[in-house]
Design a binder for this molecule. Sequence first.
Ligand code: SF4
Ligand code: SF4
Length: 316
Amino acid sequence: MSLGSSGVTGSVLRIEKTSIHDGEGLRTVVFLKGCPLRCLWCSTPESQNPSPERGYIREKCTLCGLCVDVCPEGALSIDISKKAVVTDKSRCNGCLLCVSKCPSYAIKGYGSIMTTADVIKEIAKDEVFYFHSGGGVTISGGEPLDQAEFVRGILEWCRDMGIHRALETSFFSSWDKIEALLPLTNLMHIDLKHPDPVEHRRLVGVDNAVIMDNIVRADRSAYDFDMVIRTPIVPGVNDSNEAIELAANFVKGLRKLKFMEFLAYHRMGTETYRCLGLEYPLKDIETPSYEYMLAKAKTFAKTARVPVRINGIPAA
Ligand code: SF4
Ligand code: SF4
């Protein structure tokens, strides 16, 4: 079987090997760049921008100036008063030449442009793990539906090779794009960040009507795939009992739903926010305890007879 020769390109954040968190078994997870949502609790701010980009760690910088010299766009300069390299973001083209030139690892690159064939070559290296662990490939984001054509090429190759295929998505997209990928996907992990449209807009930046409509359409479709609905639990932000009950009422009628998953909020993206020079809106919120998560799972279970997992583990 050819490894694919498609020239379709996509913006890839990174490819993670032997993940156990994004579907069954050992998985290769292809994280894509670009997301139409702006969740206040986003833990991967480096996945939001659709283009490759660079971050900067001032503490590591020796002000040697090599990055300034190599930048083809003149986007970098040294600000002596700040003792830092400053970037004119409007000029940066994301080429990441400065990353490879920096001798101090003070510049970090996020993402690269790859062809479907490039990605498939990486996936092919892990085939043996899928078949021995019951795993497969997961395409995640960012938002995979924003690069639907690129994703389609990867999934088609995986299907032809008999590799299990999962997609992690917000479903904030047109039905056409979703429907094109449903026949190629065995498992859909879909986020439901808040069931109330006003709160959803406040916390995520967009309305949830299209998301909920797409979930129902996908569930009623004739395509054969499993569905998992995932909700991040961000204490005091999106997890009121009313919101949990509203979500339970929405999902309890879904026929393809395998289980509901609650994901505990965490702050592992803090350093990346700093690197990218971005504000982290929820930096003061603590990660909830297991007991807290379990209480939310029990609230959910009172309304919906649906299995619940907490961070991948069945809730006791
Ligand atoms: S990524 Fe390229 S254009 Fe942007 S600052 Fe670095 S060298 Fe310049
Ligand atoms: S190349 Fe690295 S160490 Fe040198 S000025 Fe640029 S960021 Fe700082």
